[in-house]
Write a protein that binds this ligand. Structure first.
Ligand code: AMP
Length: 325
């Protein structure tokens, strides 16, 4: 797992899109053009062919876009000639008891965020476009790393996620793909898929974007009542408390984070772990170096996840990102 990479390849030219240019005078700033909208494979093929340059970055989303998504898009915009955003609520990665039917759908607002952030092309297919023959019989297997943490609570989730990511990488013919550190296990598995299966795609991670009070931005935050939202703050607070104890070693980190969570009985914690960022295995007490402090829990009817990269050791603390991909 990694830290945010310097977004551009050495020597790469930043994109000259209007949305990427700071205006000398705001009134003189031309409105960014509306992205091309492709709903079908044919429309995507045609629009993608017009992005003649090979340097295409993709940001894959399930819609209900917020400033976390916008940050991924802006980073991609600043480093690549073209940016494609996919908006697709992938049924394959939702379990039968999960929130597919109530997932927020805000397509017009999503398109506005894409326009403001300088997206060239939005691919927003329906499931029958992505899976024309129904559920695919052949899927990407996440392997053992897909069975732990989120995978334990959401069986099959990561196989479904990787299958659609692979398909969208093929369909968009992207050279780079941007993903949020917010979904740390997802990011790790996508990196592994690209490496293990030789996908010619550079995976770039972007640090978690938070509300001013620390809550990690998420499309699912719209489910939270005002009092749920107060309760949910314990997740990021626990991560910060854990990171503050990083100089004292793993058990101190776990203890400090857990102490915050136990004070909030309305948050039903699924897991709180301090794991190695590559193996997702608990780090032993002697371990010093980078680790992932991750938490998941239910608040009201909503399952939330959050994490912090931390450095364990004498100069320990929270890291914005991991140092190695
Ligand atoms: P989603 O629409 O939730 O599937 O997210 C699409 C992409 O945005 C994924 O790569 C997420 O990790 C990323 N993302 C979601 N929330 C955040 C956030 N708060 N900060 C950074 N990236 C995020």
């Amino acid at each position: 797992m990694t830290a945010a990479q310097p977004a551009a390849q050495p020597g790469a030219q930043p994109a000259a899109h209007p949305a990427a240019q700071p205006a000398a005078h705001p009134a003189a700033q031309p409105a960014p053009p509306t992205p091309v909208l492709a709903r079908t494979r044919d429309e995507l093929r045609e629009a993608r062919a017009r992005l003649d340059d090979g340097d295409v970055a993709v940001v894959m989303t399930m819609g209900a876009l917020h400033q976390g998504h916008a940050t991924l898009i802006r980073q991609a915009r600043a480093a690549h000639q073209h940016v494609v955003v996919t908006i697709f609520l992938n049924p394959l990665q939702f379990g039968p008891k999960e929130d597919l039917s109530r997932y927020p759908r805000t397509f017009d607002a999503d398109l506005q965020i894409c326009t403001d952030a300088g997206v060239d092309l939005v691919f927003a297919p329906t499931p029958d476009v992505v899976y024309p023959e129904g559920d695919p019989g052949v899927r990407i297997s996440a392997g053992p790393l897909g069975d732990v943490l989120e995978g334990q609570s959401r069986p099959g989730h990561f196989d479904g996620m990787l299958t659609v990511v692979a398909k969208l990488m093929h369909l968009t013919r992207c050279s780079a793909a941007y993903f949020g550190q917010k979904d740390a296990q997802q990011l790790l598995l996508i990196r592994r898929m690209c490496r293990d299966l030789d996908f010619p795609v550079r995976v770039v991670s972007v640090p978690t974007v938070r509300e001013p009070d620390g809550l990690a931005m998420s499309s699912r935050n719209t489910y939270l009542t005002p009092s749920d939202r107060e309760t949910a703050l314990c997740l990021s607070a626990a991560l910060r408390a854990g990171a503050a104890a990083a100089g004292e070693g793993p058990s101190a980190v776990r203890r400090a984070a857990r102490a915050v969570l136990v004070r909030e009985p309305l948050a039903l914690v699924d897991y709180l772990v301090l794991v190695h960022p590559d193996t997702l295995e608990d780090v032993p007490e002697w371990y010093r170096g980078e680790a992932l402090l991750a938490v998941a829990g239910r608040v009201g009817t909503t399952r939330l996840i959050d994490n912090l990269p931390v450095l364990l050791g004498p100069d320990g603390g929270a890291l914005e990102t991991f140092s190695q991909p």
